[in-house]
Write a protein that binds this ligand. Structure first.
Ligand SMILES: Cc1cc2nc3c(=O)[nH]c(=O)nc-3n(C[C@H](O)[C@H](O)[C@H](O)COP(=O)(O)OP(=O)(O)OC[C@H]3O[C@@H](n4cnc5c(N)ncnc54)[C@H](O)[C@@H]3O)c2cc1C
Length: 413
């Protein structure tokens, strides 16, 4: 297993680092004002980060998964809020199209998402269908020359600014009655309206929205994958979502450690720096263990995801009916997917719990100085609460891990 990266990749990661530093103060200002950071698109757009792992053929940089994940790790140092923008736009946005869309769909949608004309979202969750998306009630009807969507999604990251999203609905009547299909939907389609979700606990520079589909007309050409394949597509997107959350969590912990080290050296109580107190050192050591143990899980999962990606891209060149081969009946695909799924699940579970623990320890080291949102570790603490909930709650992820060990007959969810 090799994690070697080239000089070109290092140069790109240095550019990501430079942009992160340059927008640091502005991100903090936006956070305190609870507004979307409007510098993300122009600044990260300049270096191509808006299409980092997307093929050059469609306007992206064409980087491998590990390079993208390293960039996400660095962005995570600026906070889960900033990182969530990229997870929604790229990991569960563009990468779903890259994996499942046909050539015409990719040609139409990906270039404008890579250059920032269009931001993406992933609209799966509903008020009555969170951990169990199969219980969704959003419906679609096949009206011959178009689809008609009716229902509501909520908590959708980038939901109020996305110009294109994938969404998921159950067929009412028709050939696949009750089965879920996936759609590419333009944000300005007739019948769509959004409402920002306010008073959030954290993640204050990323906007989440409720999205209403009221007789929303979706052209026939915008069916994503095959009819009835929607849940398969949504679950595959969550592999990338989890990986990005886990990578971002490593960044969060790295920043927590850096902030905590410099503060504990500078702050004196009882006649010496906090850094000399053994109980403070315990916190620092535990954060360091959290970082190292999470980082290697993330990198390993990224390589497993790369193997899956390479297989699917190869299949596309060999078989024009490739979409019908991306299921568990295809053993090669199933094994690669289940490996990537399991490793990204383990990485997300461990890294998100570790990030919340690390941010909590950092707040303790800072004492009252971290009890304001203007403090970096305070923001990491608030924002890390969400990462144990989204992209699969950590309870459900444990059940997933257990069923991988025990077999499907023991599936407890
Ligand atoms: C900040 C934020 C951003 C989000 N962004 C998006 C987005 O961009 N797109 C999107 O589609 N969704 C998004 N979500 C939704 C997110 O994916 C869901 O919140 C998540 O899947 C959990 O669903 P739920 O909130 O309905 O909780 P529920 O499913 O109701 O779960 C509640 C509790 O019950 C537990 N639980 C549920 N089932 C079981 C079980 N079988 N066994 C044991 N315990 C169980 C859960 O672990 C949890 O602790 C976001 C959510 C948040 C908070």
């Amino acid at each position: 297993m090799s994690f070697v990266i080239s000089d070109k990749q290092k140069t790109f990661l240095k550019e990501v680092d430079d942009i992160c530093r340059s927008i640091r103060q502005y991100e903090e200002k936006c956070y305190l004002e609870e507004k979307l950071n409007d510098k993300i698109i122009p600044e990260f757009g300049k270096i191509g980060m808006l299409g980092c792992p997307i093929s050059r053929r469609y306007g992206g940089l064409g980087y491998d998964i590990l390079t993208y994940i390293l960039a996400i790790e660095r962005i995570g140092e600026e906070g889960n809020s900033l990182r969530t923008f990229f997870s929604a736009h790229t990991s569960i946005g563009q990468m779903v199209l890259q994996g499942w869309a046909d050539e015409v769909q990719k040609g139409e949608y990906l270039p404008k998402t890579c250059d920032g004309r269009s931001i993406m979202a992933f609209a799966l969750t509903e008020p009555m269908a969170g951990s169990d998306p199969s219980s969704m009630v959003m419906k679609f009807e096949d009206r011959g020359d178009h689809f008609l969507l009716n229902g509501k999604k909520h908590w959708i990251g980038n939901g109020s600014c996305a110009k294109v999203m994938t969404t998921y609905a159950k067929e009412a009547g028709g050939s696949h009655h009750g089965k879920i299909s996936a759609f590419i939907v333009d944000g300005d389609s007739d019948g769509i309206s959004t409402e920002e979700m306010r008073n959030k606990l954290g993640l204050l520079t990323i906007k989440n929205a409720e999205i209403y589909f009221d007789n929303c007309v979706v052209p026939k050409k915008n069916l994503l994958g095959l009819k009835g394949q929607g849940l398969n597509i949504a679950y595959s997107a969550l592999i990338d979502g989890r990986l990005s959350v886990a990578a971002g969590a490593v960044g969060v912990m790295t920043d927590c450690l850096e902030e905590s080290v410099s503060y504990s050296k500078a702050r004196e109580q009882h006649g010496s720096p906090l850094a000399k107190k053994q109980l403070i050192q315990e916190h620092l050591a535990r954060i360091a263990v959290n970082i190292e143990s999470s980082r290697w899980l993330v990198y390993r999962a990224a390589l497993a995801r790369q193997n899956l990606h390479d297989y699917v891209e190869q299949l596309k060149t060999e078989d024009h009916q490739w979409q019908s081969k991306l299921n568990r009946n295809n053993k090669d695909y199933y094994l690669l997917r289940s490996d990537a799924d399991n490793l990204s699940t383990i990485a997300k579970f461990h890294a998100s719990n570790s990030a919340f623990d690390s941010a909590n320890r950092s707040v303790q080291i800072f004492g009252s100085y971290a009890y304001r949102k203007s403090n970096r570790v305070a923001r990491h603490f608030l924002d890390s609460r969400a990462i144990t909930i989204y992209e699969g709650t950590n309870e459900v992820l444990q059940l997933k891990m257990a069923s991988k060990i025990l077999g499907d007959n023991y599936k407890a969810y």
